[in-house]
Ligand binder design. Structure first.
Ligand code: PLP
Length: 389
């Protein structure tokens, strides 16, 4: 047998991609499938962003770039952070990466080793746990509870820290529950981190611009006291409907930046050059495309939540951010994964079972409302029909 590393057998995946493949296979058989499984905007990338990539290709952006990302784009990220969050960052702390996910890969690889403990949200994005297990570190779930509005509890998080803790992963607005952690809770959490100066923080802020009812996005960048150990994950996939472009960025503290820059040189040399120019057009161009998209998600959010709550045996808290609803299905008496499987096979509605996001996901399913209102209404009618008729 081959002498591969132990972590290989522990690596997991995102079931959303398996559900996507199954939904596509059913659709290919002629079934009428509505996919509320995968988390990606159903809008095309705005035209001016696409044009910028085409122009870059015509203008000769065909070669390697600086491994950190083109200087114009790193400066563009710094200006965007200033505009949105009022926080000063240096372009020299920005790394352009091939997709937001790559930042979590890098951070977890840097801090994960056998004997170390990494805290991550449960329910949460499944890749956190998968990558932690890959490194041989111990995954320590931070409970994300419906009764807390699906927000992080500072006290419960701080209680989990010990001498072995190397990294804490935060995510707000959150996938899959749609929770936003209030500023007061983040204040308490950051204050508590004072007692643990050798613990790093990875803040996944990929849904930072998808908040509703005027809820502010509180970036961990607003806390100067942890800047020297804070990694911020962000990118273009969700905000600008660019999931297939594979463009993301991260902000790294000085003490880690040179290491991560070298990993970039070792692993991918640089991100696709025309995509970087498109990324710059996205940040520097008009932002009404973002506002329009979020306003549309907001309309759909109401349709989904009201529709789910009208279905017997289902109750759904109103998500405050991102584009997912995480209804409680425990009254149906079914296992969440069985329900998700039956819904897809029998009604053609693709959703994801809560346990795909963690132990505390049992009793829930995730619906992405990045789909048309018409499709959402049809899907809800099918779910109601399946459960109650
Ligand atoms: N972080 C969270 C919480 C996500 O839900 C996702 C995508 O689903 C990502 C990061 C990764 O985004 P990207 O497509 O840019 O890799």
């Amino acid at each position: 047998s081959l002498k591969v590393i132990e972590g290989l057998s522990h690596i997991g995946e995102e079931n959303a991609f398996a559900v996507l493949a199954r939904a596509n296979a059913l659709a290919a058989e002629g079934r009428d499938v509505i996919n509320l499984g995968i988390g990606q905007p159903d809008f095309p990338t705005p035209e001016h962003i696409v044009e910028a990539a085409v122009r870059a290709l015509r203008d000769g952006a065909h070669g390697y770039t600086d491994a950190r990302g083109i200087p114009e784009l790193r400066a563009g990220v710094a200006s965007d952070v200033q505009r949105r969050l009022g926080q000063e960052i240096s372009p020299d702390n920005v790394l352009i990466v091939p997709g937001g996910k790559v930042t979590m890969y890098l951070a977890i690889m840097m801090f994960g080793k056998p004997g170390a403990e990494i805290l991550y949200p449960d329910p949460g994005f499944p890749i956190y746990r998968s990558m932690i297990e890959f490194t041989g570190a111990t995954p320590v779930p931070i409970p994300i509870k419906e009764e807390n509005g699906f927000a992080f509890s500072a006290d419960e998080t701080l209680e989990l820290i010990n001498d072995r803790t190397s990294l804490i992963i935060l995510n707000s607005p959150a996938n899959p529950c749609g929770g936003i952690t209030p500023e007061s809770e983040i204040d308490t959490l950051v204050a508590g981190l004072d007692a643990h100066p050798d613990v790093a923080v990875l803040s996944d802020e990929i849904y930072g611009q998808m908040t509703y009812d005027g809820a502010p996005h509180v970036s961990l960048l607003s806390y100067p006291e942890i800047r020297d150990r804070l990694i911020v994950l962000d990118g273009w996939s969700k905000t600008y409907a660019m999931t297939g472009w594979r463009m993301g960025y991260s902000i790294w503290p000085d003490q880690l930046y040179n290491h991560v820059r070298k990993i970039a040189v070792n692993a991918w040399s640089c991100v696709n050059a025309p995509a970087q120019w498109a990324g710059l057009a996205a940040l520097a161009g008009p932002q009404d495309c973002v506002r329009d998209m979020v306003a549309e998600f907001d309309r759909r959010r109401h349709v989904v939540v009201d529709g789910l709550n009208a279905i017997d045996q289902i109750s759904c808290a109103t998500p405050k951010g991102a584009f997912y609803a995480f209804p409680n299905i425990s009254e149906t008496g079914r296992k969440a994964k069985d329900l998700a499987g039956d819904l897809l096979n029998q009604t053609g509605v693709a959703t994801i079972g809560g346990p795909d996001f963690g132990i505390l996901g049992e009793g829930y399913i995730r619906l992405s409302y990045a789909n048309s209102i018409e499709n959402i209404e049809t899907a809800l009618a099918r779910i109601d029909g399946f459960l109650n008729r």
